[in-house]
Design a protein around this ligand. Sequence first.
Ligand SMILES: O=C(O)C(=O)C[C@]1(C(=O)O)C=C[C@@H](O)C=C1
Length: 99
Amino acid sequence: MTQDTAARAAEILRGHRESIDRLDAILIYTLGERFKHTQAVGRLKAEHDLPPSDPSREATQIARLEDLANRADLDPEFAKKLLRFVIDEVIRHHEQHQS
Ligand SMILES: O=C(O)C(=O)C[C@]1(C(=O)O)C=C[C@@H](O)C=C1
C-alpha cells in the first residue's frame, strides 16, 4: 500500500467513525426518550394495578419491527433481540414501580 492510499483509507475511516459517533448519540438520546415514556407507563400501570408485561402488545411490536428491519436492511433477528433486550429492562423497571 502506498502512503497515498493509506492516507486515503485513514480519511475514509475517519469519515465513517464520525458518522458512527453521530448515530450512536442518536441511539442513546432515542433510548433515553423511550425510557421516559416507559417510566410514565410503569407509574400508570402501578397506579391502576395493571400487569408489568403485555404479551399481545409485544407481539404487535415485534411484527412491526421485523417489517421495519427488513425495509431498513437490518437483520430482523438482531432487531428482535434488541427489542427483547429493551423490553425486558422496561419490565424490570415496571416491576420496581409495583414493589
Ligand atoms: O406498552 C406497554 O404496556 C409497556 O409497558 C411498554 C413495553 C415496551 O417497552 O414497549 C414494555 C412492556 C410490555 O410488555 C409491552 C411494551
